[in-house]
Design a protein around this ligand. Structure first.
Ligand code: BGC
Length: 390
């Protein structure tokens, strides 16, 4: 069954109107008009039904799956107003499920974004052993992370914009993490072409949490080649250098004088083949940058990054409440996965910018803490703001 919810938004009041109006936003023509949220069945996994929501606001359209909370497509205009899908993903649920989505295209990541050394950490005197799914470490929440769970979804409005609220309750001991973790992630699709992601989580036992989204961007269009010509700017004077297994060594090193310096907009391809030891370890960029923040209570949104594609004119500006951002240049894409447009993804065909606490924080007391205790609420916000310049 297909249902459409049309939103009339006037003077700050939102009205949700009935169902059965057909599948809005299914054509490839330009979107426009009133904001809409459309729901359609997208298959099932482990006996659980998966839905796909299409959210349109002005000339901007986003598709979200309840499987993994995946951002499947993000269509945004170029300098001539032409909509193109700028995020990497698959066409069908079957491709996400059977491949295991090894690159985590568009997915929500939990309980712990990025690596925990040897999959082990100690909290309040107890040691926890997690799945080693990225030898010798644990990556992105273990064998079956939040990216492979079916989330419950409710369409809502947020400040007059259409939004989708996703929730997932992770039982105590799931993937060997302590505590029942209740997570809510709200995607708001704003009228000025932004995706606002609000994360919230609570627990009934002390635990560690690091939530993010793993979307890959190619502002020239998904499946159109590499992002080497994209210019990246990061508001970061330091980064967390890693060892050969991509675990931080605990230092916060200055970027100055190294290929890690993106304080000025720089083409990604200019230095990603350098023999700088860190780039060699990552086979390119695969590191966490320490954002230069004024607010170190991690409550205020501050600008973190900007990506520019001069060929299409598209820009992506990222703001976050988080202390760090993982810039991963799609180094391990090897031509074996075929995306929504049917073309193979090869090395560097997209870049991920994952706002987060630092990798392996549970083993580095000098990093901002990722411990969540009963009675506390984790709150984190990131905005992906798209634009087009002449
Ligand atoms: C990691 C990469 C990893 C990728 C998974 C990134 O966040 O830093 O090392 O290969 O996720 O696709």
């Amino acid at each position: 069954m297909t249902s459409t919810v049309t939103m009339l938004v006037r003077a700050g009041a939102a009205l949700l109107l009935g169902a059965g109006l057909g599948l809005a936003g299914a054509s490839s023509s330009q979107a426009g008009g009133k904001p809409t949220i459309t729901k359609e069945p997208f298959g099932s996994v482990g006996g659980k039904a998966v839905d796909r929501y299409t959210i349109t606001n002005g000339n901007f359209r986003v598709r979200v799956l309840t499987y993994g909370g995946i951002l499947q497509t993000v269509e945004t205009p170029d300098r001539h107003g032409r909509l193109t899908n700028v995020t990497l993903g698959f066409k069908t649920l079957n491709e996400y499920v059977t491949s295991g989505n090894p690159a985590y295209f568009g997915a929500l990541i939990g309980r712990y974004g990025n690596r925990i050394a040897n999959g082990r950490f100690t909290l309040d005197g107890r040691t926890y052993q997690l799945a080693i799914n990225n030898d010798p470490n644990s990556l992105h929440g273990g064998d079956v992370g939040f990216d492979k769970r079916v989330w419950s979804a409710t369409p809502v409005t947020n400040g007059g914009d259409p939004a989708l609220r996703l929730t997932y309750v992770s039982p105590d001991g799931e993937e060997n993490y302590p505590g029942t973790l209740r997570t809510t992630v709200t995607y708001t699709i704003t009228r000025d072409k932004g995706i606002r992601i609000d994360y919230q989580a609570t627990t009934d036992k002390a635990t560690v949490v690091n939530l993010t989204n793993h979307a890959y961007w190619n502002l020239g269009g998904e499946g159109t080649g590499t992002i080497d010509d994209h210019k990246l700017q990061l508001n970061a004077s330091r980064y967390t250098p890693v060892d050969a297994t991509l675990i931080p060594n605990g230092r916060l090193d200055p970027v100055a004088g190294t290929p890690m310096d993106f304080r000025e907009p720089t083409a990604i391809g200019a230095r990603n083949r350098s023999n700088f030891q860190q780039i060699v370890y990552g086979r390119g960029y695969d590191h966490n940058w320490v954002l230069d923040r004024r607010d170190t209570s991690y409550r205020k949104l501050e600008r973190a990054a900007k990506v520019t594609d001069s060929a299409s004119g598209r820009t992506l500006t990222i703001s976050t409440t988080e202390p760090g951002i993982q810039f991963y240049g799609g180094n391990f894409l090897d031509g074996t996965l075929y995306g929504t447009s049917g073309r193979a993804y090869r090395q560097g065909d997209g870049l991920a910018l994952e706002t987060q606490h630092f990798p392996d924080s549970p083993n580095h007391p000098n990093f901002p803490s990722t411990v969540l205790r009963p009675g506390q609420t984790l709150k984190s916000t990131t905005i992906y703001q798209f634009g087009a310049s002449r």
